[in-house]
Every structure is written in structure tokens, then in C-alpha cells.
Write a protein that binds this ligand. Structure first.
Ligand code: GLN
Length: 245
């Protein structure tokens, strides 16, 4: 039976563990590098990515997380977890934060709202919307829509050619305009498209800007578990190929 690690430094890790229990999958909390050993896959939950990065640094987790991602086992980042997995993040209030990387994309940390204290307290930047995700229906049949819960959510501005876009959504009309890049000598560029990417897959990496673990819909967790099965089948095939040669 697959053992799914859930990075348990901060944020919605308990909700992911509960979602895994609902589909009878064993999830374990991960706080130390050695706890990544022996896992079949890993979920990096939503939360607050700067805080999560600071805690990950305190526990010396970054090298082990990078090794896990590049090792090819399935990894799913939700919201702050997506930010962690991106190769490039923009929109930080202060000069950047450490990222795990691996996902060939540029993410805006606070695309759907600014990190202002008042807005944070009022949770004005949080919203729910219906998303169309044909891949979910392809796997399980039925409806291709799912409820996207966005909490001060990031969004993906650009993806590389190996990245498959699973879902996008309209940019809310009342969202304050955001600057994609700024800083010394950099040109300022305002996001002007009317849709933005919110879910992607690149090989062993799945990333969603929203929080499926906060809904009762288990399809995203099952989708991720299927990636786990795919990767185990590939590992077994590689093993039998090397033992027969
Ligand atoms: N925008 C947040 C950040 O910068 C992420 C929000 C979330 O995970 N719900 O970390």
C-alpha cells in the first residue's frame, strides 16, 4: 500500500491527511529530511510560503526535498506548495524566498490578492469558483467540473513546453492589477490576459493553486494516487529490465 508523505511544517497538512484517510490511503507527517526516505510520494500543502520556507530551512529540508522531486516520485504542491515547486516565483513583498523548484513555470505568489494585513484579516482575497478539468473526467468519467477553493492564492503566469495545463480560470474583474516583475533595472509588466493557469502537471509533479483538500471531492487525491501507481509500475519495469539484461 502506498505511503504518502505530507510536509507538516505549517498550513493545511491535517486536511490533506484527512482527505487521504477518506480514500483509505496512509499519509504520514514529514518534518525531517530522513522522514522522506521510503515514501512513495509527497504532498506539499498550502499555507504561507515564506513561513514554510523558513521552517524548512530550520529543519535543513531543502536539499532532501530537491532530491525527492528530481528522483521522479510523485509530488503534489497545493497553493503555497505550488509556489515551493515553481522554478521561479514573483510577487514577493521582500526580495524572494528559497524554492524547491523542479516545475518549469513562473508563479505569482499572491496573484489573486495582495498580502495586506486588513485584506488578510477580512479574507477578501479568498473565493470559490467552478473549474473545468477535462483530465479528471478522463480518469473517472462523469463531470469534468470541480470546485476550486482559492485562499490568497498564487497563479501560474508562464509554463515551459513540458508542462501540461490541467485548468485555468478567468481573472476576477475586481482583482487589483499586479506587477509581474519589478526591481532594479527590471521592466514593469502588468498581467493583461483575461485567464490564468491554476493547475498543471509536469511528469511526476502536480500543482494546483487551489485547495482540493478543503472540499469533500476526492478526485484530485485519487488523480495523484494514480500518478503514484504509474511511477511504481515504471520503477518495476525498469527493475525487471535491468535484472534481465
Ligand atoms: N499566497 C500564499 C503564499 O505566498 C499562499 C496561500 C495559500 O497557500 N493558501 O504563501
Amino acid at each position: 500500500m502506498a505511503v504518502v508523505g505530507v510536509l507538516a511544517l505549517q498550513g493545511s497538512y491535517n486536511e490533506h491527511l484527512a482527505a487521504l484517510r477518506r480514500i483509505a490511503v496512509r499519509g504520514v507527517e514529514v518534518r525531517k529530511p530522513e522522514q522522506l526516505l521510503g515514501l512513495d510520494s509527497l504532498i506539499i500543502p498550502g499555507g504561507e510560503s515564506t513561513t514554510m520556507a523558513k521552517l524548512a530551512n530550520c529543519h535543513n529540508l531543502f536539499p532532501a526535498l530537491r532530491e525527492f522531486v528530481s528522483g521522479g516520485k510523485p509530488v503534489w504542491g497545493t497553493c503555497a506548495g505550488l509556489i515551493f515547486l515553481a522554478n521561479k516565483a514573483v510577487g514577493q513583498k521582500t526580495g524572494g524566498q528559497e524554492l524547491v523548484g523542479g516545475l518549469d513555470c513562473t508563479v505569482h505568489r499572491n496573484f489573486f490578492g495582495r498580502a495586506s494585513c486588513l485584506l488578510f484579516l477580512l479574507q477578501l482575497q479568498s473565493f470559490e469558483t467552478e473549474l473545468s478539468v477535462p483530465k479528471l473526467a478522463e480518469k473517472e468519467g462523469g463531470n469534468d467540473t470541480c470546485r476550486g477553493v482559492f485562499i490568497r492564492a498564487p497563479a501560474i503566469l508562464e509554463v515551459g513546453s513540458d508542462v501540461e495545463i490541467l485548468a485555468d480560470c478567468p481573472v476576477p474583474a475586481n482583482r487589483p492589477s499586479i506587477i509581474i516583475s519589478s526591481g532594479e533595472g527590471a521592466e514593469e509588466e502588468v498581467y493583461s490576459k483575461d485567464r490564468v493557469i491554476v493547475a498543471v502537471r509536469q511528469g511526476n509533479i502536480l500543482a494546483t493553486a487551489f485547495h482540493p483538500e478543503l472540499t469533500s471531492d476526492s478526485r484530485w487525491h485519487r488523480f495523484f494516487l494514480d500518478m503514484d501507481k504509474e511511477s511504481q509500475t515504471k520503477a518495476l519495469a525498469a527493475l525487471s529490465l535491468s535484472s534481465s539484461s
